[in-house]
Design a protein around this ligand. Sequence first.
Ligand code: BMA
Length: 370
Amino acid sequence: MLFLSSAMAQPHSTAAGKDLPSDPQATRETVNLYRHLKELMNKGFLFGHQDDLAYGVGWKYVPGRSDIHDVTGDYPALYGWELGRIELDHAVNLDSVPFDKMKQFITEAYQRGGVITISWHLNNPLTGGSAWQPAAGTVASILPGGEKHALYQSWLDKVATFLQDLKGPKGEAIPIILRLFHELNGNWFWWGGKNCTPDELKQLWHFTVGYLRDQKHLHNLLYAYNTDRFTSESAWLQRYPGNRWVDIAGFDVYQAYNLSKNEDFSREFDKTLGLLDKIAADSNKIPALTEFGYNGLPDSTWWTQVFGKTLQGHQIAYAMAWRNAGRKQDDSFEFYVPYKGQGSAEDFIHFYQDDRTLFQRDVTKEHLYH
Ligand code: BMA
């Protein structure tokens, strides 16, 4: 059926369709990013960090500062941001990051050639509770025809307005990896696990992507589908909305709880990466470690001996560490990349120097959007 697919090829595509994002009208910069992410996997993976430029351990909103930069003299290659509470018209997100500052950070990182990914811990639209407060029937209530559908659509309008505002120097839309309904195999979010049926989740995905792409005309988005830890291909695929709706295939993993020992973590991480290798190859999607971390980094050689070593046998486009919140309001502590002087900082420099880890300077040279 080769003649059919070439007849249907989109105007911007001269190369094989397999190197195109799911949105047939994706902007040039978005197509270029997609292709570069795929190619770069042969060299290594982009290192990412959530909220990197906003704050770190012991500091907030210091222009140009980043814990990664403090330790390595370089910025991450990928930056994660979070939209939770945009749906309520708040000026700051659920982790107190002002949305106007977030836009500046995104523009700044794009201009130096970095990659942006965005998540959204949106409130429960049925109950008004948080993302972590599931209630029976929530997903069904926001599907077309549901009692909260109009409310959900109005929330998407606010997300779209934010995304439409992200522009490069020539007025071009900044490509964004949108990580919708993340960790959707866990039971902790209202959209996840047993809180809805796989079919409801797929319908929600189709509606959401269709709305942003076809009604809001956003063509600068790559869509990331990501589970939490998983143990079989079928588990990962259970809620998968289909190849036409996804660009990036990933999972989140933390060294903690029953995976607190290095050996246990490495073994399971290795197995899961093996499953992702196969899933990504079969579906022709870009594999990524969409969130990871070892809170508090208690092992001084974790970066090279545990994390880096396990990744050696696998190919992923990027790995994003979660946020360096430091001491939080409830007095708990959270950080996933070292700050200057932290016990694993020296090892992180070795990890940084490894050819396979790509940071800002490496990706700036690659001109990902051209
Ligand atoms: C969690 C923690 C929380 C945060 C939430 C959303 O993993 O970091 O402190 O509010 O993510 O970003």
